[in-house]
Design a protein around this ligand. Structure first.
Ligand code: KG4
Ligand code: ZN
Length: 339
Protein backbone atom coordinates (compact mmCIF):
# COMPACT_ATOMS: atom_id res chain seq x y z
CA UNK A 1 0.00 0.00 0.00
CA UNK A 2 1.14 3.52 -0.74
CA UNK A 3 1.05 5.85 2.25
CA UNK A 4 1.14 9.59 1.68
CA UNK A 5 2.41 11.72 4.57
CA UNK A 6 2.36 15.51 4.64
CA UNK A 7 5.20 16.91 6.77
CA UNK A 8 5.22 20.42 8.27
CA UNK A 9 8.30 22.12 9.74
CA UNK A 10 8.17 25.55 11.40
CA UNK A 11 10.53 25.35 14.40
CA UNK A 12 12.77 28.30 13.54
CA UNK A 13 12.94 30.53 10.47
CA UNK A 14 12.12 28.12 7.64
CA UNK A 15 8.54 27.33 6.71
CA UNK A 16 8.56 23.96 5.00
CA UNK A 17 6.11 21.36 3.71
CA UNK A 18 6.91 18.01 2.12
CA UNK A 19 5.05 15.01 0.78
CA UNK A 20 6.36 11.46 1.03
CA UNK A 21 5.03 8.35 -0.68
CA UNK A 22 6.06 5.75 1.90
CA UNK A 23 9.71 6.74 2.42
CA UNK A 24 10.12 8.22 -1.06
CA UNK A 25 10.31 11.98 -1.47
CA UNK A 26 7.72 13.52 -3.81
CA UNK A 27 8.53 17.11 -2.93
CA UNK A 28 10.18 19.24 -0.27
CA UNK A 29 9.34 22.96 -0.33
CA UNK A 30 11.32 25.30 1.93
CA UNK A 31 10.61 29.00 2.26
CA UNK A 32 13.25 30.87 4.26
CA UNK A 33 12.67 34.25 5.89
CA UNK A 34 14.79 37.13 4.66
CA UNK A 35 13.30 39.46 7.25
CA UNK A 36 15.88 38.41 9.90
CA UNK A 37 18.97 39.23 7.85
CA UNK A 38 19.17 42.88 8.84
CA UNK A 39 18.97 41.99 12.57
CA UNK A 40 21.89 39.54 12.42
CA UNK A 41 19.81 36.71 13.91
CA UNK A 42 16.31 35.27 14.11
CA UNK A 43 13.72 37.61 15.69
CA UNK A 44 11.12 35.24 17.22
CA UNK A 45 8.09 37.51 16.80
CA UNK A 46 8.92 38.22 13.15
CA UNK A 47 9.51 34.51 12.55
CA UNK A 48 6.07 33.48 13.74
CA UNK A 49 4.40 36.22 11.69
CA UNK A 50 6.29 35.12 8.59
CA UNK A 51 5.28 31.47 9.22
CA UNK A 52 1.65 32.59 9.34
CA UNK A 53 2.02 34.27 5.97
CA UNK A 54 3.92 31.38 4.42
CA UNK A 55 2.29 28.25 5.72
CA UNK A 56 -0.73 28.03 3.42
CA UNK A 57 1.12 28.90 0.16
CA UNK A 58 3.96 26.52 1.09
CA UNK A 59 1.59 23.58 1.77
CA UNK A 60 -0.39 24.40 -1.35
CA UNK A 61 2.79 24.43 -3.47
CA UNK A 62 3.94 21.17 -1.89
CA UNK A 63 0.70 19.36 -2.71
CA UNK A 64 0.63 20.72 -6.27
CA UNK A 65 4.30 19.86 -6.89
CA UNK A 66 3.77 16.35 -5.54
CA UNK A 67 0.65 15.97 -7.71
CA UNK A 68 -1.28 14.79 -4.66
CA UNK A 69 -4.74 15.93 -3.61
CA UNK A 70 -5.53 16.71 0.02
CA UNK A 71 -7.94 13.78 0.18
CA UNK A 72 -5.10 11.36 -0.71
CA UNK A 73 -3.02 12.29 2.36
CA UNK A 74 -3.08 9.58 5.05
CA UNK A 75 -1.59 11.59 7.94
CA UNK A 76 -0.04 14.95 8.76
CA UNK A 77 3.22 15.08 10.72
CA UNK A 78 4.43 18.31 12.33
CA UNK A 79 7.39 19.51 14.40
CA UNK A 80 6.28 19.65 18.01
CA UNK A 81 9.65 20.88 19.33
CA UNK A 82 12.22 21.92 20.25
CA UNK A 83 12.26 25.38 18.71
CA UNK A 84 10.78 28.85 19.01
CA UNK A 85 7.39 28.55 20.67
CA UNK A 86 5.65 31.14 18.48
CA UNK A 87 6.99 29.49 15.33
CA UNK A 88 6.08 25.99 16.48
CA UNK A 89 2.55 27.14 17.30
CA UNK A 90 1.90 28.10 13.68
CA UNK A 91 2.88 24.67 12.32
CA UNK A 92 1.14 22.85 15.16
CA UNK A 93 -2.14 24.76 14.73
CA UNK A 94 -2.04 24.29 10.97
CA UNK A 95 -1.40 20.54 11.28
CA UNK A 96 -4.19 20.13 13.84
CA UNK A 97 -6.72 21.92 11.62
CA UNK A 98 -5.59 19.97 8.55
CA UNK A 99 -5.95 16.64 10.38
CA UNK A 100 -9.30 17.62 11.87
CA UNK A 101 -10.69 18.90 8.58
CA UNK A 102 -9.74 15.73 6.69
CA UNK A 103 -10.30 13.35 9.60
CA UNK A 104 -6.82 11.87 9.33
CA UNK A 105 -4.23 11.09 12.03
CA UNK A 106 -2.00 13.77 13.48
CA UNK A 107 1.63 12.82 14.22
CA UNK A 108 3.96 14.84 16.46
CA UNK A 109 7.66 14.84 15.61
CA UNK A 110 10.78 15.77 17.56
CA UNK A 111 12.93 18.04 15.39
CA UNK A 112 16.24 16.41 16.38
CA UNK A 113 14.99 12.90 15.81
CA UNK A 114 13.90 14.15 12.39
CA UNK A 115 17.38 15.46 11.51
CA UNK A 116 18.69 11.94 12.21
CA UNK A 117 16.00 10.05 10.29
CA UNK A 118 16.58 12.33 7.27
CA UNK A 119 19.12 9.64 6.32
CA UNK A 120 16.25 7.29 5.52
CA UNK A 121 14.48 9.54 3.00
CA UNK A 122 14.58 7.83 -0.35
CA UNK A 123 15.80 10.72 -2.46
CA UNK A 124 16.47 11.03 -6.18
CA UNK A 125 20.12 10.09 -5.64
CA UNK A 126 20.64 6.56 -6.97
CA UNK A 127 22.20 3.77 -4.85
CA UNK A 128 22.43 5.91 -1.73
CA UNK A 129 23.32 3.74 1.24
CA UNK A 130 21.45 4.11 4.53
CA UNK A 131 22.90 3.44 7.99
CA UNK A 132 22.21 0.09 9.63
CA UNK A 133 21.28 -0.13 13.30
CA UNK A 134 22.82 0.59 15.69
CA UNK A 135 24.57 3.70 14.40
CA UNK A 136 25.98 6.85 15.94
CA UNK A 137 24.74 10.21 14.75
CA UNK A 138 26.47 13.50 15.46
CA UNK A 139 23.57 15.96 15.31
CA UNK A 140 24.90 19.48 14.86
CA UNK A 141 22.52 22.38 14.32
CA UNK A 142 21.99 25.99 15.32
CA UNK A 143 20.33 25.02 18.58
CA UNK A 144 21.76 21.59 19.42
CA UNK A 145 24.88 19.46 19.46
CA UNK A 146 24.43 15.83 20.40
CA UNK A 147 25.91 12.39 19.87
CA UNK A 148 23.03 9.96 19.59
CA UNK A 149 23.12 6.17 19.66
CA UNK A 150 20.36 5.15 17.25
CA UNK A 151 19.11 1.61 17.99
CA UNK A 152 16.08 1.75 15.72
CA UNK A 153 13.99 4.34 13.83
CA UNK A 154 12.20 5.40 16.98
CA UNK A 155 14.64 4.18 19.63
CA UNK A 156 17.44 6.67 20.29
CA UNK A 157 19.68 7.44 23.23
CA UNK A 158 21.60 10.72 23.67
CA UNK A 159 25.10 9.82 24.88
CA UNK A 160 26.72 13.28 24.60
CA UNK A 161 25.45 16.85 24.40
CA UNK A 162 26.61 20.45 24.63
CA UNK A 163 26.59 21.98 28.08
CA UNK A 164 26.23 25.50 26.65
CA UNK A 165 26.28 26.76 23.03
CA UNK A 166 25.60 24.57 19.99
CA UNK A 167 28.16 24.08 17.20
CA UNK A 168 26.03 26.13 14.79
CA UNK A 169 25.80 28.89 17.36
CA UNK A 170 29.62 28.91 17.59
CA UNK A 171 29.76 29.43 13.81
CA UNK A 172 27.06 32.11 13.91
CA UNK A 173 28.63 34.01 16.82
CA UNK A 174 32.12 33.90 15.30
CA UNK A 175 30.64 35.17 12.04
CA UNK A 176 28.94 38.03 13.85
CA UNK A 177 32.27 39.04 15.44
CA UNK A 178 33.75 39.12 11.92
CA UNK A 179 30.82 41.23 10.67
CA UNK A 180 29.55 38.45 8.36
CA UNK A 181 25.84 38.08 7.53
CA UNK A 182 23.48 35.69 9.37
CA UNK A 183 23.46 32.68 9.27
CA UNK A 184 27.20 32.71 9.74
CA UNK A 185 27.99 29.03 9.16
CA UNK A 186 27.79 29.09 5.36
CA UNK A 187 29.66 32.44 5.23
CA UNK A 188 32.55 31.12 7.35
CA UNK A 189 32.60 27.89 5.33
CA UNK A 190 32.99 29.86 2.08
CA UNK A 191 35.67 32.23 3.37
CA UNK A 192 37.58 29.38 5.03
CA UNK A 193 38.13 27.90 1.58
CA UNK A 194 40.70 30.59 0.85
CA UNK A 195 42.18 30.82 4.34
CA UNK A 196 45.03 29.23 6.29
CA UNK A 197 43.47 27.13 9.06
CA UNK A 198 46.72 26.96 11.07
CA UNK A 199 47.34 30.71 11.12
CA UNK A 200 45.56 31.34 14.44
CA UNK A 201 45.08 28.81 17.22
CA UNK A 202 42.50 28.74 19.99
CA UNK A 203 42.37 26.56 23.12
CA UNK A 204 40.22 23.41 23.08
CA UNK A 205 37.83 23.07 26.03
CA UNK A 206 38.40 20.13 28.40
CA UNK A 207 34.95 18.69 28.96
CA UNK A 208 34.49 15.25 30.51
CA UNK A 209 32.97 12.23 28.77
CA UNK A 210 31.13 12.80 25.49
CA UNK A 211 29.83 16.30 26.22
CA UNK A 212 30.75 19.49 24.38
CA UNK A 213 31.23 23.15 25.20
CA UNK A 214 31.56 26.06 22.77
CA UNK A 215 30.95 29.19 24.84
CA UNK A 216 34.58 29.50 26.03
CA UNK A 217 35.79 29.29 22.45
CA UNK A 218 33.46 32.10 21.43
CA UNK A 219 34.78 34.27 24.25
CA UNK A 220 38.44 33.62 23.44
CA UNK A 221 37.76 34.36 19.75
CA UNK A 222 36.00 37.60 20.72
CA UNK A 223 38.85 38.76 23.00
CA UNK A 224 41.51 37.74 20.48
CA UNK A 225 39.88 39.76 17.69
CA UNK A 226 39.15 42.71 19.99
CA UNK A 227 42.80 42.89 21.15
CA UNK A 228 44.16 42.72 17.60
CA UNK A 229 41.75 45.44 16.48
CA UNK A 230 43.25 47.78 19.07
CA UNK A 231 46.62 47.45 17.31
CA UNK A 232 45.23 47.39 13.79
CA UNK A 233 41.72 48.63 12.97
CA UNK A 234 41.83 46.71 9.65
CA UNK A 235 42.76 43.41 11.33
CA UNK A 236 39.45 41.68 10.50
CA UNK A 237 39.35 42.94 6.93
CA UNK A 238 42.95 41.85 6.28
CA UNK A 239 42.60 38.42 7.90
CA UNK A 240 38.97 37.40 7.30
CA UNK A 241 39.75 34.20 5.43
CA UNK A 242 42.44 33.01 7.88
CA UNK A 243 40.23 33.85 10.88
CA UNK A 244 37.33 31.93 9.31
CA UNK A 245 39.50 28.91 8.48
CA UNK A 246 41.06 28.87 11.96
CA UNK A 247 37.79 29.10 13.90
CA UNK A 248 36.18 26.52 11.60
CA UNK A 249 39.09 24.13 12.19
CA UNK A 250 38.84 24.28 15.98
CA UNK A 251 35.04 23.80 15.97
CA UNK A 252 35.37 20.76 13.71
CA UNK A 253 38.33 19.41 15.76
CA UNK A 254 36.19 19.56 18.92
CA UNK A 255 33.34 17.72 17.18
CA UNK A 256 35.53 15.06 15.57
CA UNK A 257 37.48 14.31 18.79
CA UNK A 258 34.29 13.46 20.66
CA UNK A 259 32.86 11.49 17.76
CA UNK A 260 35.99 9.31 17.65
CA UNK A 261 35.75 8.86 21.43
CA UNK A 262 32.07 7.84 21.14
CA UNK A 263 32.83 5.33 18.37
CA UNK A 264 35.69 3.84 20.40
CA UNK A 265 33.60 3.59 23.57
CA UNK A 266 30.57 2.02 21.92
CA UNK A 267 32.41 -0.04 19.31
CA UNK A 268 29.94 1.22 16.69
CA UNK A 269 31.38 1.77 13.21
CA UNK A 270 28.25 3.03 11.45
CA UNK A 271 28.67 6.80 11.77
CA UNK A 272 26.34 9.54 10.52
CA UNK A 273 26.14 13.30 10.79
CA UNK A 274 22.97 15.41 10.65
CA UNK A 275 21.70 18.97 11.13
CA UNK A 276 22.61 22.29 9.54
CA UNK A 277 26.31 22.16 10.40
CA UNK A 278 26.61 18.81 8.58
CA UNK A 279 26.49 20.95 5.41
CA UNK A 280 29.97 22.22 6.35
CA UNK A 281 32.73 21.39 3.85
CA UNK A 282 35.40 20.62 6.45
CA UNK A 283 33.30 18.28 8.60
CA UNK A 284 32.29 16.34 5.47
CA UNK A 285 35.92 16.02 4.46
CA UNK A 286 37.18 15.11 7.94
CA UNK A 287 34.43 12.54 8.48
CA UNK A 288 35.26 10.85 5.19
CA UNK A 289 39.01 10.80 5.98
CA UNK A 290 38.56 9.58 9.58
CA UNK A 291 36.06 7.00 8.34
CA UNK A 292 38.70 5.56 5.98
CA UNK A 293 41.34 5.50 8.73
CA UNK A 294 39.11 3.83 11.31
CA UNK A 295 37.11 1.58 8.92
CA UNK A 296 33.81 3.32 9.60
CA UNK A 297 30.88 3.37 7.22
CA UNK A 298 30.03 7.06 7.08
CA UNK A 299 26.71 8.66 6.14
CA UNK A 300 26.48 12.31 5.11
CA UNK A 301 23.07 13.79 4.25
CA UNK A 302 22.47 15.58 0.95
CA UNK A 303 22.58 19.38 1.41
CA UNK A 304 18.80 19.72 0.95
CA UNK A 305 18.20 17.43 3.93
CA UNK A 306 21.00 18.77 6.17
CA UNK A 307 19.40 22.09 7.06
CA UNK A 308 15.80 22.43 8.25
CA UNK A 309 13.25 20.83 5.94
CA UNK A 310 9.85 19.14 6.19
CA UNK A 311 10.88 15.93 4.40
CA UNK A 312 12.68 14.87 7.58
CA UNK A 313 9.50 15.53 9.57
CA UNK A 314 7.48 13.46 7.11
CA UNK A 315 9.89 10.49 7.31
CA UNK A 316 9.50 10.31 11.10
CA UNK A 317 5.75 10.65 10.43
CA UNK A 318 5.94 7.63 8.14
CA UNK A 319 7.64 5.39 10.73
CA UNK A 320 5.24 6.54 13.44
CA UNK A 321 2.30 5.96 11.08
CA UNK A 322 3.42 2.34 10.63
CA UNK A 323 3.38 1.95 14.42
CA UNK A 324 0.13 3.93 14.76
CA UNK A 325 1.80 6.43 17.10
CA UNK A 326 -0.68 9.26 16.75
CA UNK A 327 -1.10 12.50 18.70
CA UNK A 328 -4.40 13.90 19.88
CA UNK A 329 -5.81 17.35 19.27
CA UNK A 330 -4.73 18.51 22.75
CA UNK A 331 -1.02 18.22 21.91
CA UNK A 332 1.01 21.40 22.57
CA UNK A 333 4.48 22.36 21.30
CA UNK A 334 7.58 22.33 23.51
CA UNK A 335 10.43 24.83 23.21
CA UNK A 336 13.23 22.75 24.76
CA UNK A 337 14.30 19.16 25.26
CA UNK A 338 12.66 15.96 24.17
CA UNK A 339 9.33 15.14 25.76
O1 KG4 B 1 19.56 22.44 11.39
P1 KG4 B 1 19.50 23.89 11.07
O2 KG4 B 1 19.10 24.30 9.69
O3 KG4 B 1 18.54 24.62 12.07
C1 KG4 B 1 18.45 24.30 13.42
O4 KG4 B 1 17.78 23.29 13.74
O5 KG4 B 1 19.13 25.01 14.20
O6 KG4 B 1 20.94 24.49 11.43
C2 KG4 B 1 21.23 25.83 11.26
C3 KG4 B 1 22.67 26.03 11.65
C4 KG4 B 1 23.09 27.51 11.68
O7 KG4 B 1 23.80 27.74 12.88
C5 KG4 B 1 24.02 27.64 10.47
O8 KG4 B 1 25.03 28.63 10.64
C6 KG4 B 1 24.61 26.26 10.39
O9 KG4 B 1 23.55 25.39 10.69
N1 KG4 B 1 25.16 25.95 9.05
C7 KG4 B 1 26.48 25.77 8.82
C8 KG4 B 1 26.61 25.56 7.42
N2 KG4 B 1 25.36 25.61 6.86
C9 KG4 B 1 24.48 25.86 7.88
N3 KG4 B 1 27.52 25.78 9.64
C10 KG4 B 1 28.74 25.57 9.10
N4 KG4 B 1 28.96 25.38 7.77
C11 KG4 B 1 27.92 25.37 6.90
N5 KG4 B 1 28.14 25.17 5.60
ZN1 ZN C 1 17.26 21.86 12.62
Amino acid sequence: MKTYILGIESSCDDTSAAVLENNKILCNIVSDQDVHRKYGGVVPELASRAHQQNIIPVVDTALRTAGIKKCQIHAVAFTRGPGLLGSLLVGTSFAKSFALGLNIPLIEVDHLQAHILAHFIQTKEKNRKVPSFPFLCLTISGGHTQIVLVNDYLDMQIIGRTIDDAAGEAFDKAAKILGLPYPGGPAIDMLANEGDQDRFTFPKPKIPELDFSFSGLKTSFLYFVRDRLKENPDFIEQNKADLSASIQKIIIDILMDKLVEAATETGVKEIAIAGGVSANTLIRKRLTETGKELSWNVYIPEFEYSTDNAAMIAIVGYYKFLKKEFADQKVVPYARGRK
